[in-house]
Ligand binder design. Sequence first.
Ligand code: FES
Length: 130
Amino acid sequence: MNGNPFAPEAGPAWRRHPQAPAPGTALGRVDEIEDPGVRVLSFGSGRRVFSMLLVRHGDAVRAFLDACPHNWLPLSWRGGSLLSEDGARLVCSNHFAEFDADDGRPVSGPADCGLDAIPVRVENGAIVMG
Ligand code: FES
């Protein structure tokens, strides 16, 4: 990469992760995820793993980095459901910070900023990295 990798024009930091899926990567099908529901997708392994959350509501899918801005642990670290009962909020399994499931902004708990959104699109029921 040329230039300053931390300059705003270099894009979000997660794009520079060596295991981050490239634009156009197939991420599965919408109907493979509960409605509403969350799927954790991981690329690579060990300390170099890249994990993301796919959040389904009907035909819509949002994606976020699986990294809680409270302590930078995966939201999914301790397992269990990551969605509130009404499906409106993502809930970190560590210290229970809550984030809006649509846009990732913090709603309650110890996180003072939101989740990193990852662009995805749905094409004929297939989820594709944006
Ligand atoms: S690491 Fe998510 S709330 Fe603390």
